[in-house]
Design a protein around this ligand. Structure first.
Ligand SMILES: Nc1nc2c(ncn2[C@@H]2O[C@H](COP(=O)(O)OP(=O)(O)OP(=O)(O)O)[C@@H](O)[C@H]2O)c(=O)[nH]1
Ligand SMILES: [Mg+2]
Length: 295
């Protein structure tokens, strides 16, 4: 009889390289939000793939950064914790970023004892010569890593990456129920979908000053009634979020509702409110209540 295999495959790397895009492809579900803005992902999010004799627990993590405020410290904690408990570490870079970006983190990756797969993403934006130079450079920096160039957008070489991951998963009983798809409750995905629309709709620092909380989740036969709170740092930001005659918030609400309906496959009644919590990004009690782990 073949033994059951199970393990943690942790996806780390700098902001905007395509970690969440890759995670969703590997899991086969849209669990992580994706935007063209850096620092889209703020949490460690698990996506679980189950087959009869295997359970792979993928983790998507925030992009590595040098923290300027407490929220960013907790984001970096998520990325660093993912180095410690990986059975397979997937370090994602792309063809655009320089290979010495955030070398403080790369030094930690170099010390990881589990197998490291180094994914060079977005090769659709590169050519053979440039790619060869990147591969050579990365080989110098992380000699222990197996380098896998791919394009998440074009789904190029994803199957090969999956195969490599599967061969590296150790024998172990499953860590989660075999029908589990994630470690996160439904409410979490509601807040993420709303945050994705805010990242897409508003400019500059607004999305980075926003947090979303679900205040009510009430399911009946026909629909789910959701009350969501959008938290900002300053009064002026509240005005921008709401927009002239409430138009901006209405637009964001309608985009979010459509995606939430898809996620739950059910009709959604979404109400949104905006609240100012001065400097919430530096306040321990608020960060904790929003699910960020403090050291
Ligand atoms: N051209 C190209 N773009 C890609 C590829 N993969 C992802 N992207 C784009 O890169 C941007 C960032 O993708 P994400 O998956 O959100 O990146 P991330 O690493 O999770 O970003 P953070 O959560 O901010 O750290 C999005 O606009 C994606 O559509 C790819 O293979 N080729
Ligand atoms: Mg992400």
């Amino acid at each position: 009889m073949t033994q059951h295999k199970s393990g943690f495959v942790n996806i780390v790397g700098n902001p905007n390289v395509g970690k969440s895009t890759l995670m969703n492809l590997l899991v086969g579900e849209k669990l992580s939000i994706i935007t063209s803005k850096a620092q889209t992902t703020r949490h460690r999010i698990m996506g679980i793939v189950n087959t009869e004799d295997m359970q792979i627990v993928y983790s998507d993590t925030p992009g590595v950064l040098r923290p300027n405020y407490k929220l960013q410290e907790t984001m970096l904690n998520f990325s660093e914790s993912a180095l410690d408990d990986a059975d397979v570490l997937v370090y994602v870079t792309d063809v655009v970023e320089t290979i010495d970006k955030n070398d403080f983190f790369l030094k930690k990756v170099a010390k990881v004892t589990s197998p490291v797969l180094l994914v060079i993403n977005k090769i659709d934006l590169s050519n053979q010569k440039e790619l060869e130079q990147k591969v050579a450079g990365w080989h110098e920096i992380l000699p222990q890593a197996e380098i896998i160039p791919l394009s998440a957008t074009n789904k190029f070489n994803i199957d090969y990456l999956k195969k490599r991951i599967e061969t590296l998963i150790p024998e172990s009983p499953p860590y989660f129920e075999k029908d589990a798809m994630t470690d996160r409750p439904a409410r979490f995905f509601i807040t993420e979908i709303i945050r994705e629309k805010i990242l897409l709709y508003y400019q500059k620092e607004i999305p980075y000053s926003v947090e979303v909380a679900v205040e009510l989740f009430e399911e009946s036969k026909e629909l789910i009634h959701i009350k969501a709170l959008i938290i900002v740092e300053r009064d002026s930001q509240k005005g921008i979020i709401i927009g002239e005659q409430g138009k901006a918030l209405k637009k964001v609400g309608s985009m979010a509702r459509k995606d939430i309906e898809k996620f739950f496959d059910k009709k959604i009644f979404l109400e949104m409110f905006v609240k100012v919590e001065k400097d919430w990004r530096n306040r321990d009690n608020l960060l904790k209540s929003f699910g960020y782990k403090l050291e």
